[in-house]
Design a protein around this ligand. Structure first.
Ligand SMILES: *Cc1c(COP(=O)(O)O)cnc(C)c1O
Length: 392
């Protein structure tokens, strides 16, 4: 029996044809399709500027650099995320710190954030940048975060790697209405894929210019940006220390073709999530709570097991489901508990809500092409395991 995966890309014949068309064309890297992909994402999300890059991780790195994050600065994010959300600060030589999560949304806790900012103001340790992560595709409380950023003077990078297609206050995530920069990932597990790929979105031209330069070695070919006169049309200048974080036209063609199906993907995921919510009623678990200001993209469907009502642990439930062919997963191991971060001085117990969440969290399979039969199979297996082992 094959395993139902926790996530799976959906590739159509049209996607394959779009990629093949690029392969038959003159440009296979940074060509016209990258620009089309950027414009299409800008239009979809309602942001003024978009810059496509090789990975979501590269997008986070360039977002920090464009906001001048460097030595002596501090960046804050949530421990309930992929390690890339924190690593980007360290790439820039800055310090990283974390804000614990809200036990209801699993996103950054607004009360913890307010308390920590107050304290940091007294100690002169305010962050330069905050990276709220829209965990599972549900937006953080961006309006409140924006108003805190004005009060305390920090910049905001939305890690929207999960959230393309999601909405906050009826506006598409990625619009940057309440942030300086948003980043997306097009890894195959995410909402749409380009194989590997990422995007930065912003409404600030200064940031867009700087990101575009950093994406390609810190080089400009625009005479208006040069120091002194251009030597001719072959001429370029390196103005900063950048990287090769370019995406290819081959990847952009896949991303652009996938974007045309994004709304279908999101509505399929929403219908499946609704079905999960209904079918999981009455079991010893907590279904994902949704804030009324948000419309999740449903990148992940995470339940929290009520272990106090069960005679088995999360690990056993995980293993039994895997044995039954249900490819469950766990998102996320709190970043500060990783050995690399423990060596930086973080300790277990530092962010108790993230740790308590991690102890009970289980990601059930969810992807656009998942069938209702597959969902029923998953729920039936989970129900059986929980019923055999519940002490209710
Ligand atoms: C996937 C992911 C990233 C990194 O994206 P890549 O494209 O894999 O580099 C960053 N942040 C979060 C929250 C992610 O889930």
């Amino acid at each position: 029996m094959s395993m139902i995966p926790y996530a799976k890309q959906s590739i159509s014949e049209q996607d394959i044809e779009a990629v093949a068309k690029v392969l038959r064309s003159d440009f296979i890297t940074q060509g016209p399709v990258v620009v089309q992909f950027e414009q299409a994402i800008a239009e979809y999300c309602g942001a003024d500027y978009t810059i496509a890059v090789s990975h979501g991780t590269a997008a986070l790195h360039l977002a920090c650099l464009a906001l001048d994050v460097g030595e002596g600065d501090s960046v804050w994010t949530s421990p309930n995320s992929f390690v890339a959300s924190a690593n980007c600060a360290l790439y820039c030589g800055a310090k990283i710190d974390f804000i614990d999560i809200d036990p209801q949304t699993y996103n950054i806790s607004m009360t913890q954030l307010k308390d920590k900012l107050k304290l940091a103001e007294q100690n002169n340790t305010l962050p330069k940048v905050l990276i709220p992560v829209h965990f599972s595709g549900q937006s953080c409380d961006m309006q409140a975060i924006k108003s805190l950023s004005q009060q305390y003077g920090f910049s905001i990078i939305e890690d929207a790697a999960h959230a393309l297609g999601g909405e906050y206050q009826k506006t598409k995530i990625g619009s940057c209405h309440y942030s300086d920069i948003s980043i997306m990932s097009f890894h195959p597990a995410k909402m749409i894929t380009s194989g590997e790929g990422g995007m930065l979105l912003t409404n600030r031209q200064d940031l867009a210019d700087s990101i575009e330069q950093l994406r390609s070695h810190g080089i400009t070919r625009n005479p208006e940006q040069m120091k002194g006169a251009s030597h001719g049309s072959w001429y370029y200048q390196q103005l900063d220390l950048g990287f090769n974080y370019r995406i290819t036209d081959i990847q952009a063609a896949l991303g652009l073709s996938q974007l045309q199906r994004l709304d279908d993907f999101v509505s399929q995921r929403r219908a499946l999530a609704k079905h999960y919510n209904e079918k999981l009623q009455g079991l010893a678990l907590t279904i994902p709570w949704q804030h009324p200001d948000t419309q999740s993209s449903w990148h992940l469907y995470v339940i929290c097991l009520q272990l106090e009502h069960l005679n088995v642990g999360r690990k056993q439930i995980f293993d039994l489901l895997r044995q039954a062919g249900v490819g469950v997963h766990v998102h996320y191991i709190p970043i500060h508990t990783q050995p690399f971060y423990q060596e930086k001085g973080f300790k277990e117990g530092d962010f108790p809500a993230s740790e308590a969440y991690y102890a009970t969290a289980l990601t059930l399979p969810l992807f656009a092409e998942m069938s209702v039969e597959q969902l029923d199979f998953i729920v039936d297996n989970l129900t059986k395991i929980l019923h055999v082992n519940d002490g209710l």
